[in-house]
Design a protein around this ligand. Sequence first.
Ligand code: GLN
Length: 451
Amino acid sequence: AHLARIDAVDEKVHAFLHIDREGALAQARAVDAKREAGEKLGPLAGVPLALKDIFTTKDMPTTVGSKILEGWVPPYDATLTTKLKAADVVILGKTNMDEFAMGSSTENSAYGPTGNPWDLTRIPGGSGGGSSAALASFEAPLAIGTDTGGSIRQPAAVTGTVGVKPTYGGVSRYGMVAFSSSLDQGGPCARTVLDAALLHEAIGGHDPMDSTSIDAPVPPVVEAARNGSVTGMRVGVVKQFSGEGYQAGVVQRFNESVELLKSLGATVVELDCPSFDLALSAYYLIAPSECSSNLARFDAMRYGLRVGDDGTRSAEDVTALTREAGFGDEVKRRVILGTYALSSGYYDAYYGSAQKVRTLITQDFEKAFEQVDVIVSPTTPTTAFPIGERADDPMAMYLADLCTIPTNLAGNSAMSLPCGLAPEDGLPVGLQIIAPAMKDDRLYKVGAAVE
Ligand code: GLN
């Protein structure tokens, strides 16, 4: 049924870069056979899923939305892919994304943009726009995203779906193509809070193959999602997540959500987190710095594309020609920015300062979580904007992640879930819930109560 739905709508939506029809049907049949034989089934047996094209899959291409990896089929599965298979999930295919997960609209994909199923002329968010669009168009009931600065939550917000950035280290990064390793975090996308929890539990947990993986059990997210409640909880509203640039309808739906929380028995506390105003600036030094280092591996020798190797050129020239042809504008912008920020003489002023700001943000969160159990905010300042509107304005594009980035810098957990439609344009608005590290279950407890 989901493959038929993909056939019917994906030409218009363009959520998928690769559809694994044969593999999905074979996997579904294997689950049926197991069931008939009375064998033990995985927790998500037979449930179809759309996988962001950033996770390696040994039986499918992995492009990360880039020409530089066009046609590359990895020799190994990411830990997350292995866990999905062990849960008996049916992987439908790989979803579209901004190249190397750099963007907020999926317009930076080398393979063309994805449409927002609510209005195909608008963006589905990014970088994981393919995954969120697959959910909103009913092409898949579950999807996987990655969130470096908001790429799970912002697409969830603008497509009226649920997305969770787990605590940093909660889901393995092994086999997830690196953008900014100290921020990158894979996580679940779904249409309901409970579905997200079931997927979170299946993909989470310690992985010895990832040195930053947390060696502790997955927080009890499913139990929390089944027992939604905010009675007696202290909920923080941060002053810095409001003001200029926030769309009126977004603010209205957010304020209504705060009233709802109060009516369900939560106490609301106003918080001041002054360093959050610097989060975007710090992020756009740290993320490009790590990106410039991580993307050095795309040297035309080891993977994918190779341009100009005609026997007359040096390896360095082939590398340069390949990177020139294989990377898009936003990726080049970040590599240049990051290389500059890390260069000798500038390192302390830029990268060093950004790291200090990162510490201040973590401290602001620590202080806040002494007073409250969770923080709430709009997920993103506006609803889905038209495709093309911010394409030539990186600063306007970067503002889409104003509310999501502090969480990545601090490494704690956050969810976006729908909280209604903005009256002025009829488009979905996302409510963000933020919890301390390894308290991901609180997101689900609150999310299930207000869903
Ligand atoms: N939009 C942000 C960026 O472009 C976040 C991306 C992400 O979370 N992968 O870097």
